[in-house]
Design a protein around this ligand. Structure first.
Ligand code: HEC
Length: 238
Protein backbone atom coordinates (compact mmCIF):
# COMPACT_ATOMS: atom_id res chain seq x y z
CA UNK A 1 0.00 0.00 0.00
CA UNK A 2 2.79 2.45 0.91
CA UNK A 3 4.58 1.60 -2.30
CA UNK A 4 1.57 2.54 -4.38
CA UNK A 5 1.19 5.92 -2.63
CA UNK A 6 4.85 6.82 -2.99
CA UNK A 7 4.71 6.06 -6.63
CA UNK A 8 1.66 8.22 -7.13
CA UNK A 9 3.25 11.18 -5.40
CA UNK A 10 6.45 10.90 -7.44
CA UNK A 11 4.45 11.22 -10.60
CA UNK A 12 2.73 14.32 -9.22
CA UNK A 13 6.06 16.02 -8.59
CA UNK A 14 7.21 15.70 -12.14
CA UNK A 15 3.88 16.84 -13.54
CA UNK A 16 3.11 20.51 -14.20
CA UNK A 17 -0.57 20.23 -13.45
CA UNK A 18 0.03 18.73 -10.08
CA UNK A 19 2.05 21.63 -8.61
CA UNK A 20 2.40 21.26 -4.90
CA UNK A 21 0.68 23.86 -2.81
CA UNK A 22 2.72 26.05 -0.51
CA UNK A 23 1.86 23.97 2.48
CA UNK A 24 2.35 20.58 0.96
CA UNK A 25 5.30 19.59 3.11
CA UNK A 26 4.67 15.93 2.67
CA UNK A 27 5.14 16.32 -1.04
CA UNK A 28 8.38 18.24 -0.73
CA UNK A 29 9.83 15.54 1.42
CA UNK A 30 8.79 12.61 -0.74
CA UNK A 31 9.85 14.08 -4.06
CA UNK A 32 13.00 12.73 -5.67
CA UNK A 33 16.14 14.82 -5.43
CA UNK A 34 16.32 15.89 -9.03
CA UNK A 35 12.94 17.36 -9.64
CA UNK A 36 12.28 18.14 -6.01
CA UNK A 37 14.66 21.15 -5.97
CA UNK A 38 12.28 23.49 -7.63
CA UNK A 39 9.42 22.39 -5.46
CA UNK A 40 11.34 22.66 -2.19
CA UNK A 41 11.85 26.40 -2.89
CA UNK A 42 8.42 27.48 -1.74
CA UNK A 43 8.42 25.73 1.62
CA UNK A 44 12.03 26.97 2.06
CA UNK A 45 10.79 30.55 1.62
CA UNK A 46 8.49 30.06 4.54
CA UNK A 47 11.36 28.71 6.59
CA UNK A 48 13.46 31.71 5.67
CA UNK A 49 10.71 34.09 6.65
CA UNK A 50 10.37 32.22 9.92
CA UNK A 51 14.14 32.38 10.40
CA UNK A 52 14.28 36.12 9.70
CA UNK A 53 11.37 36.71 12.08
CA UNK A 54 13.14 34.64 14.72
CA UNK A 55 16.40 36.53 14.23
CA UNK A 56 14.55 39.86 14.39
CA UNK A 57 12.80 38.71 17.55
CA UNK A 58 16.14 37.74 19.07
CA UNK A 59 17.62 41.13 18.16
CA UNK A 60 14.60 42.81 19.71
CA UNK A 61 14.92 40.80 22.94
CA UNK A 62 18.66 41.49 23.10
CA UNK A 63 18.21 45.20 22.48
CA UNK A 64 15.44 45.58 25.03
CA UNK A 65 17.43 43.70 27.66
CA UNK A 66 20.36 46.07 27.07
CA UNK A 67 17.98 49.01 27.43
CA UNK A 68 16.55 47.57 30.66
CA UNK A 69 20.06 47.15 32.02
CA UNK A 70 20.90 50.76 31.10
CA UNK A 71 17.80 52.04 32.90
CA UNK A 72 18.62 49.88 35.90
CA UNK A 73 22.18 51.26 36.04
CA UNK A 74 20.79 54.80 35.88
CA UNK A 75 18.35 54.09 38.70
CA UNK A 76 21.15 52.61 40.80
CA UNK A 77 23.26 55.68 40.25
CA UNK A 78 20.36 57.94 41.18
CA UNK A 79 19.71 56.14 44.46
CA UNK A 80 23.39 56.33 45.35
CA UNK A 81 23.55 60.02 44.46
CA UNK A 82 20.33 61.00 46.25
CA UNK A 83 21.67 61.11 49.84
CA UNK A 84 24.62 63.16 48.63
CA UNK A 85 22.37 65.85 47.22
CA UNK A 86 23.54 69.29 48.33
CA UNK A 87 21.59 71.15 50.97
CA UNK A 88 18.55 72.86 49.46
CA UNK A 89 20.00 76.35 49.25
CA UNK A 90 19.64 76.55 45.49
CA UNK A 91 23.22 77.76 45.11
CA UNK A 92 24.35 74.86 42.99
CA UNK A 93 25.81 73.07 45.99
CA UNK A 94 29.56 73.11 45.51
CA UNK A 95 31.52 71.35 48.29
CA UNK A 96 32.57 74.68 49.80
CA UNK A 97 29.00 75.99 50.09
CA UNK A 98 28.02 72.68 51.67
CA UNK A 99 30.73 73.16 54.30
CA UNK A 100 29.57 76.71 54.94
CA UNK A 101 26.00 75.52 55.35
CA UNK A 102 27.09 72.76 57.72
CA UNK A 103 29.20 75.19 59.74
CA UNK A 104 26.24 77.58 60.02
CA UNK A 105 24.06 74.71 61.22
CA UNK A 106 26.68 73.64 63.77
CA UNK A 107 26.99 77.20 65.04
CA UNK A 108 23.23 77.48 65.31
CA UNK A 109 23.06 74.28 67.39
CA UNK A 110 26.14 75.06 69.55
CA UNK A 111 25.31 75.39 73.25
CA UNK A 112 24.70 78.90 74.51
CA UNK A 113 27.48 80.51 76.60
CA UNK A 114 24.75 81.13 79.18
CA UNK A 115 24.59 77.41 79.79
CA UNK A 116 28.24 77.36 80.85
CA UNK A 117 27.79 80.56 82.83
CA UNK A 118 25.01 78.89 84.82
CA UNK A 119 27.49 76.11 85.60
CA UNK A 120 30.07 78.75 86.62
CA UNK A 121 27.47 80.25 88.93
CA UNK A 122 26.88 76.89 90.63
CA UNK A 123 30.61 76.12 90.99
CA UNK A 124 31.24 79.63 92.29
CA UNK A 125 28.61 79.18 95.02
CA UNK A 126 30.03 75.77 95.94
CA UNK A 127 33.49 77.30 96.06
CA UNK A 128 32.29 79.73 98.71
CA UNK A 129 30.96 77.00 101.02
CA UNK A 130 34.01 74.83 100.46
CA UNK A 131 36.28 77.73 101.52
CA UNK A 132 34.14 78.65 104.49
CA UNK A 133 34.27 74.99 105.62
CA UNK A 134 38.04 74.90 104.98
CA UNK A 135 37.55 72.03 102.57
CA UNK A 136 40.58 73.00 100.45
CA UNK A 137 40.49 69.95 98.21
CA UNK A 138 36.92 70.74 97.22
CA UNK A 139 37.77 74.46 96.86
CA UNK A 140 40.65 73.56 94.52
CA UNK A 141 38.32 71.36 92.48
CA UNK A 142 35.58 74.01 92.20
CA UNK A 143 38.07 76.68 91.17
CA UNK A 144 39.30 74.36 88.41
CA UNK A 145 35.74 73.84 87.18
CA UNK A 146 35.13 77.60 87.05
CA UNK A 147 38.28 78.08 84.97
CA UNK A 148 37.32 75.31 82.52
CA UNK A 149 33.82 76.67 81.97
CA UNK A 150 34.98 80.26 81.57
CA UNK A 151 37.36 79.06 78.85
CA UNK A 152 34.48 77.44 76.99
CA UNK A 153 32.48 80.69 77.19
CA UNK A 154 35.45 82.64 75.80
CA UNK A 155 35.75 80.14 72.93
CA UNK A 156 32.03 80.30 72.15
CA UNK A 157 31.78 84.09 72.45
CA UNK A 158 35.25 85.65 71.92
CA UNK A 159 33.71 89.07 71.38
CA UNK A 160 30.59 90.84 72.50
CA UNK A 161 30.09 93.77 70.20
CA UNK A 162 33.26 95.86 70.52
CA UNK A 163 34.20 94.21 73.84
CA UNK A 164 36.78 91.42 73.91
CA UNK A 165 35.34 88.70 76.16
CA UNK A 166 38.60 86.79 75.76
CA UNK A 167 40.57 89.81 76.99
CA UNK A 168 38.50 90.23 80.18
CA UNK A 169 38.61 86.48 80.73
CA UNK A 170 42.42 86.46 80.51
CA UNK A 171 42.63 89.32 83.03
CA UNK A 172 40.32 87.39 85.37
CA UNK A 173 42.38 84.21 85.01
CA UNK A 174 45.68 86.00 85.60
CA UNK A 175 44.63 88.04 88.64
CA UNK A 176 41.61 87.09 90.79
CA UNK A 177 41.67 83.41 89.91
CA UNK A 178 45.40 83.27 90.73
CA UNK A 179 44.75 84.97 94.09
CA UNK A 180 42.09 82.33 94.77
CA UNK A 181 44.52 79.56 93.87
CA UNK A 182 47.21 80.95 96.17
CA UNK A 183 44.77 81.27 99.08
CA UNK A 184 43.64 77.68 98.57
CA UNK A 185 47.22 76.37 98.38
CA UNK A 186 48.25 78.12 101.62
CA UNK A 187 44.89 77.12 103.15
CA UNK A 188 44.20 80.67 104.40
CA UNK A 189 40.52 81.50 104.83
CA UNK A 190 41.14 85.23 105.23
CA UNK A 191 43.01 85.37 101.91
CA UNK A 192 40.37 83.12 100.39
CA UNK A 193 37.51 85.46 101.41
CA UNK A 194 39.32 88.47 99.91
CA UNK A 195 40.06 86.65 96.68
CA UNK A 196 36.49 85.40 96.51
CA UNK A 197 35.04 88.90 96.85
CA UNK A 198 37.44 90.25 94.20
CA UNK A 199 36.41 87.45 91.85
CA UNK A 200 32.74 88.23 92.35
CA UNK A 201 33.38 91.87 91.44
CA UNK A 202 35.11 90.66 88.26
CA UNK A 203 32.06 88.54 87.32
CA UNK A 204 29.89 91.63 87.46
CA UNK A 205 32.47 93.86 85.76
CA UNK A 206 32.33 91.62 82.71
CA UNK A 207 28.54 91.40 82.77
CA UNK A 208 28.38 95.18 82.81
CA UNK A 209 31.01 95.50 80.09
CA UNK A 210 29.13 93.08 77.84
CA UNK A 211 25.85 94.93 78.28
CA UNK A 212 24.31 92.74 81.03
CA UNK A 213 24.35 94.75 84.25
CA UNK A 214 21.19 92.88 85.25
CA UNK A 215 23.24 89.70 85.80
CA UNK A 216 24.42 90.67 89.25
CA UNK A 217 26.29 88.07 91.31
CA UNK A 218 26.15 88.50 95.12
CA UNK A 219 27.63 86.67 98.12
CA UNK A 220 25.73 83.44 98.66
CA UNK A 221 23.54 83.16 101.73
CA UNK A 222 22.50 79.52 101.42
CA UNK A 223 24.29 76.47 100.02
CA UNK A 224 23.33 75.95 96.33
CA UNK A 225 22.47 72.30 96.97
CA UNK A 226 21.29 70.42 100.06
CA UNK A 227 22.75 67.02 99.21
CA UNK A 228 26.47 67.74 99.48
CA UNK A 229 28.84 68.00 102.46
CA UNK A 230 31.02 71.14 102.54
CA UNK A 231 33.33 70.31 105.40
CA UNK A 232 36.34 68.11 104.74
CA UNK A 233 36.62 64.67 106.27
CA UNK A 234 40.21 65.62 107.12
CA UNK A 235 40.12 69.24 108.40
CA UNK A 236 43.15 71.51 108.03
CA UNK A 237 44.39 75.08 107.67
CA UNK A 238 43.56 78.32 109.44
C1 HEC B 1 34.68 87.76 80.50
C2 HEC B 1 33.29 87.99 80.74
C3 HEC B 1 32.56 87.28 81.84
C4 HEC B 1 33.01 86.95 83.08
C5 HEC B 1 34.38 87.15 83.68
C6 HEC B 1 31.89 86.32 83.73
N1 HEC B 1 30.81 86.27 82.92
FE1 HEC B 1 28.99 85.53 83.38
N2 HEC B 1 28.33 85.99 81.54
C7 HEC B 1 29.07 86.58 80.54
C8 HEC B 1 28.29 86.69 79.36
C9 HEC B 1 28.74 87.23 78.03
C10 HEC B 1 27.01 86.16 79.70
C11 HEC B 1 25.81 86.05 78.77
C12 HEC B 1 25.86 84.69 78.10
C13 HEC B 1 24.76 84.51 77.09
O1 HEC B 1 24.46 85.47 76.36
O2 HEC B 1 24.26 83.40 76.97
C14 HEC B 1 27.09 85.78 81.06
C15 HEC B 1 26.03 85.22 81.74
C16 HEC B 1 26.08 84.85 83.07
C17 HEC B 1 24.97 84.32 83.83
C18 HEC B 1 23.55 84.16 83.30
C19 HEC B 1 23.36 82.75 82.82
C20 HEC B 1 21.94 82.50 82.48
O3 HEC B 1 21.71 82.10 81.32
O4 HEC B 1 21.08 82.67 83.35
C21 HEC B 1 25.41 84.02 85.06
C22 HEC B 1 24.61 83.43 86.20
C23 HEC B 1 26.81 84.32 85.07
N3 HEC B 1 27.19 84.86 83.86
C24 HEC B 1 27.63 84.12 86.18
C25 HEC B 1 28.95 84.49 86.23
C26 HEC B 1 29.79 84.31 87.39
C27 HEC B 1 29.38 83.68 88.71
C28 HEC B 1 31.01 84.77 87.06
C29 HEC B 1 32.24 84.87 87.90
C30 HEC B 1 32.73 83.72 88.57
C31 HEC B 1 30.92 85.26 85.69
N4 HEC B 1 29.67 85.07 85.23
C32 HEC B 1 31.98 85.81 85.01
C33 HEC B 1 30.37 87.02 80.63
C34 HEC B 1 31.18 86.85 81.73
Amino acid sequence: MGMIRRGAKASQCSGVAAKPTLFDFDQACTCTRDNGRRNINKPMKLERVALIVAVLALICVGWSSIEVRKVQARLNRMTVELPQQPLPNGSGGSPSTNLEERLKKLEATAPSPGLFMSAVQLHFAKLYFAGEARNWDLARFERGEILEHLEVVAALRPEEGAVSVTGIMDAFKNTQLVALKDAIEVKDRGLFRDAYRESMLMCNTCHQATGRPFINIIMPTNPPVSNQRWDATVPGGK
